[in-house]
Ligand binder design. Sequence first.
Ligand code: TMP
Length: 215
Amino acid sequence: MIQQGVFITFEGPEGAGKTTVIAQIFERLQATGRKVILTREPGGIRISEKIREIILDNDHQEMDAKTEALLYAAARRQHLVENVIPSLEAGYIVLCDRFIDSSLAYQGYARGLGIDEVLSINEFAIGETMPNTTIFFDVTPEKGLARITKNSTREQNRLDKESLKFHKKVYEGYQELIKRYPDRIVSTDASLSKEEVTENVWKEIEDRFIKSTHS
Ligand code: TMP
């Protein structure tokens, strides 16, 4: 299968400020005249949004870690088939808020299922479709969680409510992934202001995917 589009994913711990920055990047890309879509995981399309509700429901405290990993992978598969792959084939830049690295960091590392084990169920789900670039929003779990607590309008889901210890593991998991995929994952300092983070992320994307297409 020939992929003409560009697949960019955004990752990070809770409270890293991804959502606002990604929306800005989306607008800037649109302004260049490029075809671009913005989507998220788990979710993005009807079936995967339903799976999201099941996973993140605060009532589902008894959910087993492997069930959780499989549900994320199932949501990912459906979203990929219905949205990401057709968009890439049609030449779109696809911006996705979270993707496989969230499963590797949260379920593989923090839940203790193992990065390689979670990678293998995800390989079954996604086949060859890996992101061209992944932007990691680097903020310490302490700072990220403090931002969430300050933002009283944000509803806290089942994973937000995990302990600081869990979120520290998530952060460590991402550090492992940065070592494992140094060419794909780019870190950005997300402790800076939203405006500064947007500028830095924009520079990365512009250098990699916009400037090169004009030269
Ligand atoms: P968010 O939309 O606020 O980022 O919430 C999604 C939550 O799900 C967040 O806590 C990260 C978590 N998550 C995983 O644990 N594994 C995954 O594969 C994905 C996509 C998200």
